[in-house]
Design a binder for this molecule. Structure first.
Ligand code: FEO
Length: 396
């Protein structure tokens, strides 16, 4: 599969795994992308998960025949990409591993081998003959050693996880040759789950890489972007700035439906106030990767949960922890909760709001046992305050 006459795709598809990183569902699978630059000296850019090595090496040999891989460039050391380093070395004993200082230290730690390495610094170049490569450190996108490799000859950026997404490649590799619809939702979910904590670092990487003038991006996951590159860059730019679209996410836990009653009143009121994008997630059913994606997307966030074992409902605790971890900013916030004999949930939600620094639009509503007329009025007031604030920000 050719990206250009001399750049070949040799990645593989994983449609077997249920949970990426053991955490995130991948209903459409995922690809582990690797590329060969076929020149006077050959370069392999990243490898694949080691369980796919057999398939991978067949593809490499289809391109190179009996010629060796001269350089193995490692942009990112997470094992879904570095996992086959040892096997590549066994297959091509003279290959030179190209990486920065942190990369090579990780190669030693994971694979115990730093013979035949070329350590590169930010901006260093490597001449393959016709192709001129340069290396650009983009730390914490999303590991500290991460770098991008730029081929100035063909204006191709090998970007590591940046601009990547979930979703296996179903035949075509280049965006122009496929229907890309599913990849955009999977890109937002990938970003929210995997890269979401590192918005400022992604911004720095975008500023650093943009002047290179790349026209094609070859990421480590998902399609190669060329025709739709501007759209992809704009999505990464928006998400890494924590910018949001109009709308509200109501995420709640509920055991017997009483806390859900509060969520319903809030949603109905928001709708009657003219808010159109309202996404509701019952945390006992919705996978948290989808909840996170919607929270990254919308400006308003309303969390609700019952008290549980003297604390807060566990699914809500898990969501709050994931949100804190991602340092998500600039959200309008409100909370509601319930209890039967001793209220704790709302205290936890209020503490979460204080920690995150979100703008709290209304006092939290706490319900004892079941919906009363007074609680209903409080939920309506909360929703009206959220709607009003959204309208004041120019968002709905
Ligand atoms: Fe796809 Fe960060 O590894």
């Amino acid at each position: 599969m050719k990206i250009t006459d001399t750049i070949h795709y040799v990645g593989v598809n994983d449609r077997n795994k249920y949970l990426f990183e053991g955490l995130w569902p991948i209903p459409y699978g995922v690809s582990y992308n690797s590329y060969i630059i076929d020149d006077e000296r050959t370069a392999l850019i990243d490898t694949v998960d080691s369980s796919f090595f057999d398939r991978f090496i067949v593809k490499v040999r289809e391109v190179l025949g009996d010629r060796p891989v001269d350089y193995l460039v490692i942009n990112h050391m997470e094992p879904d990409h570095s996992g086959s380093i040892k096997l590549v070395k066994a297959f091509y004993p003279d290959v030179v591993i190209v990486g920065n200082k942190q990369t090579l230290s990780m190669v030693q730690g994971y694979y115990g081998d730093t013979d035949a390495v070329l350590e590169v610094k930010d901006g260093d170049r490597l001449d393959l003959g016709h192709h001129k490569l340069s290396f650009h450190l983009i730390p914490m996108v999303h590991w500290p050693e991460t770098m991008a490799t730029y081929d100035a000859t063909e204006r191709v950026l090998f970007s590591g996880d940046a601009f990547g997404c979930f979703g296996a490649l179903n035949g075509a590799v280049l965006d122009a040759g496929m229907n890309t619809d599913i990849y955009y939702g999977e890109m937002e979910r990938y970003y929210s789950c995997i890269v979401g904590k590192y918005g400022p670092q992604v911004q720095r990487a975008l500023c650093k890489l943009s002047p290179l003038g790349f026209e094609t991006v070859c990421p480590t996951h998902g399609p190669v972007w060329k025709d739709e590159l501007a759209k992809v860059v704009s999505i990464y730019d928006r998400l890494s700035k924590y910018e949001s679209c109009e709308g509200v996410v109501i995420a709640y836990g509920t055991m017997y439906g009483h806390t859900e009653d509060m969520a319903e009143v809030i949603a109905e009121t928001l709708a009657s106030e003219g808010i159109k994008n309202i996404v509701m997630h019952n945390l006992s059913k919705s996978d948290q990767s989808y909840v996170l994606t919607d929270i990254f997307r919308y400006r308003g966030l309303i969390l609700g949960a019952p008290t549980y074992n003297g604390g807060i409902y566990p699914q809500m605790e898990a969501l709050m922890s994931k949100l804190e971890m991602r340092c998500l900013k600039n959200r309008l916030f409100a909370a509601f909760g319930s209890f039967t004999w001793a209220g704790q949930a709302v205290k936890h939600l209020d503490a979460f709001a204080a920690k995150t620094g979100y703008e709290v639009v209304a006092p939290s509503v706490e319900m004892k046992q079941a919906m009363s007329a007074a609680t209903r009025e409080q939920c309506i007031a909360l929703a009206k305050a959220m709607a009003e604030r959204l309208k004041n920000t120019g968002l709905k």
